[in-house]
Ligand binder design. Structure first.
Ligand code: HEM
Ligand code: HEM
Length: 199
């Protein structure tokens, strides 16, 4: 007879994964580096000498669009590959908080570049300053926004800029939670989750 104890040690059952896949790990750290680097570039823009501002902002835009592409790839990978389950001993509020933070981080990986792109497409000088990814690949503005009436575009430029800044604030708060959570599990609970995502 197949007892409950037997089923727990059933050697034919596939073992649950304990780490993210190599692709998920590569995309996680690549996107994390690019996003954190881009925050620094975005925040530094106002305090740079004049002849630095344009190249730095152009690089910021190129990195941002790259993040948008990588984030879409990552989401496709995520929906087709189940991540390792969180350790069973974690209290359920921590699991819910971790899943919520992850969901919101995915949202920001899309919303931050998209709001930046909308902000940039509503820029009055967009037509005379065409965008090139890393000074090489021509990249379009969002035509619908670019072709709006100039007064409306000016208003939208401000609104999307404010949205972009506030999404940045949301990223800082979530990252503090995300990194704080990982370090709590590492140092206080002594139940590493970092190992699951370590390169
Ligand atoms: C902008 C920067 C970052 C973003 C957007 C981000 C986003 C995410 C997301 C969405 C997940 C969930 C993966 C999934 O289940 O699909 C995740 C997992 C993880 N992240 Fe980050 N992350 C960032 C930076 C960091 C940093 C700096 C650390 C270092 C402490 C870190 C440590 C982890 C760990 C350990 C996991 C695995 C959690 C688990 O075991 O389920 N992340 N990250
Ligand atoms: C990973 C994606 C991105 C992140 C994390 C990010 C983050 C930021 C941050 C933190 C700022 C400074 C906001 C402030 O506090 O005032 C900023 C500014 C800005 N971003 Fe982004 N951004 C991203 C993508 C983009 C994209 C794709 C574009 C355009 C195509 C863009 C265009 C801009 C512009 C024009 C500014 C204003 C710079 C200035 O004149 O001060 N961003 N961004």
């Amino acid at each position: 007879m197949n007892t409950h104890a037997d089923s727990l040690t059933d050697s034919t059952a596939a073992p649950l994964p304990t780490r993210y896949t190599r692709t998920a790990i590569t995309l996680h750290w690549l996107i994390a580096l690019l996003m954190i680097g881009n925050v620094m570039l975005g925040l530094s823009a106002d305090s740079l000498p004049d002849d630095w501002v344009r190249p730095v902002i152009d690089t910021h835009k190129s990195i941002g669009i790259t993040v948008l592409g990588l984030a879409l790839l990552r989401i496709l990978w995520r929906v087709s590959h189940k991540p390792p389950p969180l350790p069973r001993e974690f209290p359920s509020w921590e699991k819910v908080a971790a899943h919520l933070a992850h969901f919101l981080l995915y949202l920001l990986m899309i919303a931050l570049p998209l709001s930046g792109w909308l902000h940039d497409s509503a820029w009055k000088d967009a037509a005379t300053h065409p965008m090139h990814l890393f000074n090489v690949i021509p990249w379009p503005r969002i035509g619908y926004v670019m072709n709006l009436d100039p007064a409306l575009k000016e208003t939208l430029h401000d609104r999307f800029g404010t949205l972009h800044t506030w999404l940045g604030y949301a990223l800082y708060a979530l990252l503090a939670m995300h990194i704080g959570g990982a370090l709590k599990h590492q140092w206080i609970d002594r139940k590493s989750v970092l190992r699951r995502m370590a390169p």
